[in-house]
Design a protein around this ligand. Structure first.
Ligand code: PXP
Length: 238
């Protein structure tokens, strides 16, 4: 099992003040030194966190794997084929959403997605499709030439009862096993945190997890004491 760390929310914090700090690019070495197998960022149409400058610098800085999450729009595809990330993860994108709200409907949009995948393959960029754990979506992803799928774990993560969580975990497991069986790479992500990640991590058919919000949130909490002490150290010095 590998971990790809999504650094979008470091950029969210930067955008809150409109300055240069914190810089998501500076987080790369820390995540890689800690054992991350890749770095994920989502270049959204509205540039609400990661921006074009970040993507270009991330490409130069990352030594593991750059996974560029994006919608299959002409503007972002044109940027991606210039940047040449190691992996592109295609997601649906709505302007008003707080975060990605569901998987791609690959069955419905297969023609458009097939064309996008071909453009990435011409540049030797691997492609993953973010989909809900539904067999027809896995079949369609395989059929249009996707190298991987990323199973949307959001519904599992949001389950409010143990029974529902168990049921949704079984769905994720069944779809992961099915994907592996038909020969597509299987990743998983969205909403995973320190309390719900373990059962998903124990599914042998999943190769990699993509986790962001929980890690950046935890970093703030575990780093806060040191940050306060360092500031006090400066203030208290004569
Ligand atoms: N995978 C995909 C496709 C996503 O859109 C996101 C959110 O940007 C994640 C994984 C990470 O989700 P979270 O921030 O909840 O860990």
């Amino acid at each position: 099992m590998r971990l790809a760390v999504n650094i979008d929310h470091i950029a969210t914090l930067r955008q809150a003040r409109g300055g240069a700090e914190p810089d998501p690019v500076a987080a790369v070495a820390v995540c890689e030194r800690a054992g991350a197998s890749g770095i994920v960022c989502h270049l959204r149409e509205d540039r609400r966190h990661i921006n074009d400058r970040d993507v270009h610098l991330l490409r130069k800085t990352i030594t593991t794997k750059l996974d560029l999450e994006m919608a299959a729009t002409e503007e972002i595809i044109a940027i991606a084929v210039k940047v040449v990330p190691d992996l592109v993860t295609l997601v649906p994108e709505k302007r008003q959403e707080l975060t990605t709200e569901g998987g791609l409907d690959v069955v419905k949009h297969r023609t458009k997605l097939r064309k996008a995948i071909q453009r990435f393959h011409e540049k030797n960029i691997l492609v993953s499709l973010f989909i809900d754990p539904v067999k027809d979506q896995v079949d369609a992803s395989m059929e249009i030439g996707s190298d991987m799928i990323e199973i949307h774990t959001g519904e599992y993560a949001e389950a409010r009862t143990d029974a529902r969580r168990r049921k949704l975990l079984l769905t994720v497991r069944t779809i992961a096993e099915y994907g592996k069986k038909i020969g597509v790479g299987v990743n998983a992500g969205h909403g995973l945190n320190y309390t719900n990640v373990k059962p998903v991590a124990q599914i042998p058919s999943i190769d990699e997890m993509s986790i962001g919000h929980a890690i950046i949130t935890r970093a703030l909490v575990v780093g806060l004491e040191r940050a306060v002490r360092e500031m006090l150290g400066l203030i208290m010095k004569p």
